[in-house]
Design a protein around this ligand. Structure first.
Ligand SMILES: [Zn+2]
Length: 415
């Protein structure tokens, strides 16, 4: 009962705060908005003035002591979304409408920018789905949130364990000619390719990607220290979901983790949903790479964003737990990720004791830096007003409001 009362009063305070947290003013013919909350960098009250969809000014203001903390931060940038709300970006029958539904649903999770990810598939499927994704960018709402795409595979390790859940049938060596066809179908919007550097032809492929400003990521591979160093020398920039896409049993000295961890030129994306990596792994990766070179990623699959329950997923009976874990009871293994990146932000603070600012940077500023997004990823005058308003309870982020280019695209129901 006490819990219910305190919960109700907490909600009321949040509502009171939010009512005053976003207001509209008209100056001449320009729409000016003001958003107030606590700055994610230092926890102090600020007001952000938005003009024509861009941050115009950030000013300090005082607020009453008893206001519950509602923070303002840049919208999340997630570089690996395989699907959402039952829409799979690698699935047959992908439509522009489906991509729009996934995009709008991601706004509720505070994701304002993401890279739809197409994984190892037949040539035909890659062509078809990238064509549809490219078509979807003609929709301005989708285009604001989707600057480009991520292709994970098919040029990865065929070996069990390293291959992960990718279908062996479609795994193949890098083929620049084939990729050109896929790249054209995607209207040259493939920003990142995740591949295995030890596969024949990989080094030439990496060089070609670098020449075309495509980010090369190392993932689902069993590259030796020499091969990994060579791949980084050629321009590979990031390790995809470090610690996953790796066999359970590896050699203690010669394995792909050490060389990727030890090379400061390589960033790393990590899935911090609490299931894919143990807290101590997250701590080690964080310490080795430092806060500027870690990117949080969700790697969510199409069951993400759905209510907990039993589902048939690619012909398998799986269970989506309330904690956001997809279990495949028949084999007692995980069947993919279902926690949005906001959960990673909360968990990385819990696991590493890093500050809110550092945790947010791993999901905003760091990916923006990697992909060269100059208009988003931070809160600074001149940047696009992509903002989230949220509270934190027990290391969990609750998104109250999501704003893209100054426009409110999501408000929680308690408003
Ligand atoms: Zn993967």
């Amino acid at each position: 009962m006490y819990y219910l009362k305190s919960c109700a009063s907490f909600c009321a305070l949040v509502i009171v705060f939010l009512i005053f947290s976003c207001s509209l003013i008209f100056a001449g013919d320009k729409e000016v908005k003001e958003v107030a909350g606590l700055f994610y960098l230092d926890g102090k009250p600020i007001t952000i003035r938005i003009i024509d969809g861009k941050i115009d000014n950030i000013s300090r203001k005082t607020v009453k002591q008893n206001e519950k903390p509602v923070y303002i931060a840049p919208g999340f940038i997630d570089n690996q979304i395989n699907g959402y709300v039952e829409i799979g970006f690698s699935s047959e029958g992908l439509t522009v409408q489906g991509i729009k539904k996934a995009t709008q649903s991601l706004w509720k999770a505070g994701v304002t920018t993401y890279l739809p990810t197409v994984i190892t598939s037949s040539h035909q499927r890659l062509i078809e789905n990238f064509k549809i994704l490219a078509q979807a960018l003609k929709d301005p709402e989708i285009a604001r949130s989707v600057p480009g795409f991520h292709m994970e595979g098919p040029y990865i390790s065929p070996v069990d364990g390293f291959r992960g859940a990718h279908n062996k049938k479609w795994v193949r060596p890098p083929d620049w000619e084939e990729f050109q066809k896929i790249y054209q179908a995607a209207d040259k919007k493939i920003f990142q390719v995740t591949l295995a550097p030890e596969i024949e032809g990989a080094m030439d492929f990496i060089r070609n990607c670098v020449k075309n400003d495509i980010i090369v990521a190392l993932g689902h591979h069993n590259g030796s220290a020499e091969i990994i160093e060579q791949a980084i020398d050629q321009g590979a920039k990031i390790a995809t979901h470090l610690g996953n896409g790796c066999a359970n049993m590896i050699h203690r000295h010669t394995n792909p983790l050490w060389p990727q961890l030890s090379d400061d030129r390589l960033m790393a994306s990590i899935i911090v949903d609490g299931f894919h990596l143990r807290p101590e792994e997250v701590r080690v990766f964080y310490k080795a790479k430092g806060i500027n070179n870690i990117i949080l990623t969700s790697d969510v699959t199409k069951l993400a964003g759905m209510p907990p329950g039993e589902y048939s997923y690619d012909g398998r009976d799986v269970v989506l737990t309330p904690e956001g874990c997809i279990k495949f009871p028949a084999q007692n293994v995980l069947a993919g990720a279902a926690s949005p990146i906001s959960k990673g932000v909360g968990n990385v603070m819990k696991f590493t004791q890093c500050s809110l600012a550092d945790a947010i940077h791993m999901a905003t500023r760091n990916p923006a830096k990697l992909y060269g997004f100059k208009d988003r990823g931070e809160l600074r005058p001149g940047l696009r007003a992509d903002l989230i308003l949220f509270s934190i309870e027990d290391d969990k982020l609750h998104i109250h409001k999501t704003i893209i280019a100054g426009e409110v695209v999501y408000s929680s129901k308690d408003l």
